[in-house]
Design a protein around this ligand. Sequence first.
Ligand code: NAP
Ligand code: MG
Length: 403
Amino acid sequence: MEKIKMTTPIVEMDGDEMTRILWQWIKDILIVPYVDLKTEYYDLGLVKRNETDDRITVESAEATKKYGVAVKCATITPNAARMPEYNLKEMWKSPNGTIRAILDGTVFRTPILVKGITPYIPTWTSPITIARHAYGDVYKNVEMRVEKGGKAELVLTDKDGKETRETIFDFEGGGIIQGLHNIDKSIEGFARSCFNFAIDTKQDLWFATKDTISKKYDHRFKDIFAEIFEKDYKEKFDELGIEYFYTLIDDAVARVIRSNGGYIWACKNYDGDVMSDMVSTAFGSLAMMTSVLVSPDGKYEYEAAHGTVQRHYYKYLKGEETSTNSVATIFAWSGALRKRGELDGLEGLVKYADALEKATIDTIESGIMTGDLYILSSLPEKKKVNSREFLEAIAEKLSAELS
Ligand code: NAP
Ligand code: MG
């Protein structure tokens, strides 16, 4: 069989530990036999980041700006324990944080659903994608403890030195205060990423804040979304038959629980932090959650939502058998290859990505799965396989699918 051609490279960001092992196997077993794979390779493994003073991470993000599509392996975010383990010059920052700051993107997380693994909310028959705004609010707050009373004020000093004041509270005794901010430009970027992703995936977009209580702060989010939608996206939404729907956050939570899924739920920073843990837990497994960073100007970086699965890696190093789930990493690859195919008009590549995802899901639904799914699955006949056997089982289905 002739290999599927690519015209533009994908930015490939390699990573660490068990996911780095899976990364190579996925390419060897599932991709390279079928696709004439073109990538621009960046090694974001901790060894290379340390060697390059983390320049490699910045370069990989710049390359994503240039080419438009990247796929990333999970990477270690160093903590104190990693300093001696990797003999680090510095406790390098999270690569995801660095890449997100350069692309100014929003992260969309979507669960992968398979028969036999029922969400805790049984009516959720389609995935719910959470988009979390990644700037400001309580994550960039300024806080004070009031020890023994005093008048707290909000003061804005403009460029000409003119002050605008607002009393927060006149404290008689002890208390607490907190200052939050956000930036129009960041909210606009968030809105555009969400509208673009809704169009891309042909799904409704929900957004919710507490604008009835927060009449200036949260209301600003609501207004920016509404303005941008009317001006730049409404026509396209109408054409596709999809909807932008705004409601109050409490109403949204109630509707989400009653829904069947199948939409994108855009959340402010804090809401997204909390709700993404609820939604991913309810869908069953972190190992079945994909993640894509979308920039306001339409650049894409695909990855798995989980980490480097350190515990399994140490077993692997000792030569012990592992049963690590590679589904989210496979879907990161299929997502990137499909997007590349769409952008370059390569129908064969898009079909390959569809076939890879179908073969992966069919494998699990036929009863062959890794240990994490084995304990969750309600299939009457199921078999637990090791990390490599799982990929080989998918390869068998994939080759049948493609011929
Ligand atoms: P983790 O790698 O997500 O793993 C936590 C536990 O979840 C594992 O020990 C395993 O449970 C289970 N698990 C996660 N993914 C799995 C998979 N694919 N297959 C089977 N089981 C899976 O989180 P962590 O151990 O807290 O973090 C390890 C490293 O990853 C850290 O250095 C952290 O900085 C990094 N990290 C990176 C990213 C990223 O690059 N996006 C995200 C999060 C964390 P059992 O051990 O019970 O089998
Ligand atoms: Mg959280």
